[in-house]
Structures are given as structure tokens and as C-alpha cells.
Design a protein around this ligand. Structure first.
Ligand SMILES: [Zn+2]
Length: 142
């Protein structure tokens, strides 16, 4: 039942895969994060998501990458509350697709921050993310 699956507060393991959790594990090294970043790299056409530096490098480079930046921020922005909902609110971990869908929502919301060219580019990324949702279904244990 749900109560049996509720985590102990001192549980040091990753809510997604059960390995030892750390910040870098959660955001980058976990099998769930890795798969997510691999797909994102493919969609954006850049290599991103091996660590914070690989993401931050694009943020500080130039404005031309605004659409990339929104997508990568949305991934980071989604992982943390998703993990916390499982940790502290007894939410059930289902699969990486749910996390992925959670990241599409802020991308859509943040489109208003874009000028025309960025907005078109972001729309392409969002559509690609929607098309590739099913590739995340296979990551669904714990
Ligand atoms: Zn993990």
C-alpha cells in the first residue's frame, strides 16, 4: 500500500533508481537524468547535461541560445520538486515520462519570455519533446 512505500526521511538513496543520492547524482548521473539529458541533447543538437557546467556554459554564452536555455532550465526546474514530492509528499514514482511531461509545461509557460525567433525555435523543441515522450517509458522501476 501507499504507506509502506513512503520513504524514511533519513533514506540516503535516490528516489528514482535506489543508488546513493547526491546533488550531482540527482541532476546528472542518475539513469533517469542521464536518459533525459541524452534526449534533450539530441533535440537541441548540442551536448548538454553531463554536469552543471555543461548546462551553465550555454546560459552565459550569448542570447542566441535563449530557447536552449529555457529547455535546460525547465529540466533542472522540474527534477527538484518532482524528487521532493516523492520524498516528502508520498508521491509515487511512476516513470521518467512523467518527469519529462512535467518539464514540457514550464517550457510552454516561458514561451512568453521569448522574442519571435526564439519563440519559434522553442515551439520546435517542445514539439520534439512531445514526439519523444514514449522513449522515456522504459525507465520505470522502484
Ligand atoms: Zn538515481
Amino acid at each position: 500500500n501507499n504507506l509502506a512505500k513512503r520513504r524514511h526521511v533519513d533514506d540516503p538513496t535516490c528516489v528514482f533508481c535506489g543508488e546513493q543520492e547526491s546533488i550531482s547524482h540527482l541532476f546528472f548521473d542518475c539513469v533517469v537524468s542521464k536518459l533525459t539529458w541524452n534526449l534533450i541533447s539530441d533535440i537541441l543538437g548540442i551536448t548538454i547535461g553531463s554536469d552543471f557546467e555543461s548546462v551553465g556554459r550555454w546560459w552565459i554564452s550569448t542570447n542566441r541560445h535563449a530557447a536552449h536555455d529555457i529547455v535546460s532550465t525547465a529540466i533542472l526546474w522540474t527534477i527538484w520538486p518532482y524528487r521532493n514530492a516523492i520524498c516528502f509528499q508520498g508521491k509515487q514514482w511512476r516513470n521518467a515520462q512523467e518527469l519529462w511531461n512535467g518539464a514540457i509545461a514550464p517550457c510552454r509557460k516561458w514561451k512568453i519570455l521569448c522574442r519571435e525567433k526564439c519563440s519559434l525555435e522553442l515551439e520546435q523543441f517542445i514539439r520534439a519533446m512531445e514526439r519523444r515522450q514514449s522513449e522515456l517509458l522504459r525507465i520505470a522501476w522502484r
